[in-house]
Ligand binder design. Sequence first.
Ligand code: ADP
Ligand code: ZN
Ligand code: ZN
Length: 732
Amino acid sequence: MKLLEIIIERKANSLNRPFTYYYDGEQEVAIGTRVKVNFNNAIVLGYIVKVETSDLPLIELENKLGFHLSPVIEVIDSEPLLNPELQNLAAVLSKRYLTPLISFVQAMLPPSLKPALSSLKAPKIAFEKHIERLNKPITTKLTSQQEAILNELSLKKSLPVKQIKSKSAINTLLKHGYIRFFDVEINRLKIDDEVEYKEKKLTLDQKNAINSVIETDKVVTLLEGVTGSGKTEVYLQLTKHFLNGGKNVIMLVPEIALTPMMVKLFVYRYGKDVAILHSELTAGEKYDEYRRIARGECRIVVGARSAVFAPLDNIGLIILDEEHVESYKQDALPFYHARDVAIIRATNIGAKVLLGSATPSLETRARAQKGVYNYVLMNKRINERALPLTTIVDMTKAANLSRASTIFSTTLLAALKEVIEKKEQAILLINRRGYSAYLTCRSCGHIFMCPSCGVALAYHKESHLLKCHHCSYTTTMPANCPKCGSSFLAKIGFGTERIIEEVEKLFPNVGVCRLDSDTKQSKRSLAKIVDSFQREEKQIMVGTQMVAKGHDFPNVTLVGVVLADIGLALPSYRSNERTFELLTQAVGRSGRAYKEGKAIIQTYNPHHYAITCGASQDYARFYKLEMAMRKVQQYPPFTYLIAVRFASINEESLIALTHKIAEWLMSLKLNETQVIGPLTPYIAYQKKKYHRFIVIKFHRDDKIKSELQKMLDNLMKYSDIDVQIDVDPYDY
Ligand code: ADP
Ligand code: ZN
Ligand code: ZN
């Protein structure tokens, strides 16, 4: 009989330990395979973490262990889901992030293979029905259609059934035993159109960057390269170098839907050696790609955040493009950062990591400065192309406002006109979706709020709905104020939809498209919008921060930032960094090819260094000023943060417990450690639960994680309190 220790699919802290079951069936059971078990009268999937053999009869075993043992209901897999390297990585990460192991195991696997009951219904291998010729001689009279099919079969070994028009011809041939059906395993993923991207002769900067990565004995290299300095070619040729040396490569990009280019470039250069993994794929496509990687059929994985867990063997290099982008950090359990995972994984297996960015995150840049990372700079644009000419427009000055529009300044309007006349393209950035920021009653001042989060609802014109941008709450646009009955409702502030309307009003014959997360109705629609703008089917693209991400649109000669201040107001120690990055990336979209570019930034804070440095793409100055600020305020990278997030349906006991925990943490008197809170988050009530959090700010982790682990162990008995630990939180 086998004794199995399994972790179950539920991610709650209170269940974060192995449970013991027995198995006396015939199948192989090993660490890393899934089993179906009965857990507290519910059927759940478990994941085996330990296997022991015992010769004792069940009763004696139970007596020895002191508890009742249940049998495994079913063994799901015939072999382990994760290889030893990934199993070990999951364990390491679970400790580092103080997060249940099961949540990392789940993050590593595609939907069809996750240890979760839902996986059993997810798509598995896909087959296509084919026909092939059997040996039987022809003894009947054939129709011309039947003959055509047999002729084709003698040329090609087999034919997909769906290619053949006449089903009756197939049926007749089958009936006579001339042909037979068989299934061919297919790969569901199709990469639509290819692009040509011939290998380029490297510039000196590029050569230097490549050599530096190859020669350094440090695990991590930061490649700081201004926009347009040719980082992509560095990634491609470094990949070639590693492939030639027999090593495999993972190429991570922030969001594939927004940067489909990188995938296409890799596919163009390396064809079938490339596998793709990202969230826009269907469960079936993910499964196919995952298996292809696990079977060793490809050598490069291009993907978003979770592709850092790709079951690729023999990895030599992991590249993160735009390493500063926040989508690399997962903002739900497990709260991992793909950059940290890449570094941990690479260190474990003796691989290297290349972090590329025009505006590295402060943490990364500071480590490069200290010599923890190898550092290379590419500060010239290819062909020494000038940076776009950037103007900051002070919207507090009446002289800058135009009579034709309440949104666009005279400067931005004139520039838009010019672009349109020259048949070039423009991007307008407004970091807010929807039509208006909120809706208010002109008579009594009532503001329409989300009943579950307590934040103002945005008006969306296309759907004519009020939407909460924090949860999924939506409601129809009211005709009257619920408080006073007035029908005078005002839409305050503006978002992408409103900008589109303004452009259409001012320039009625110009093609405009919108890129924001509302557009995401159908799968891959974002990529389609980007593609069509790339093909110059539309002249103006309006969108949120998505428009600023890594695109290379050669005909864009104007970028207008409609309101640069939105991000500065958000409550986070990273708001300056976010604003600076957004502006730099946005400005960098202009004038990327042979034409000169312009950028216009409208703002109410024209002297704020995040805005002036963003406008001039002056990363070095921003880094200096922001580091000084972080030092004064003792924020990362000068300190580390851990946020402990609590949620409960019972507010009173939540408050009592979080106070007790904060007091206990303070009573530990840990060296150079500050305990902040309990705090009430910006969104204090969500998904029917109250939320509180405690932040721990520290310089060195001597004891903190082990103390927090003790806390988690103690909290296991409170099943009505959810506790999650967010190591290196972004929003605080
Ligand atoms: P980055 O990612 O650093 O912003 P890209 O990789 O997009 O820059 O390169 C900018 C432009 O320069 C692209 O159009 C690219 O095709 C071109 N380019 C890159 N390397 C070379 C090279 N060695 N010779 C000529 N053109 C190049
Ligand atoms: Zn009212
Ligand atoms: Zn809400």
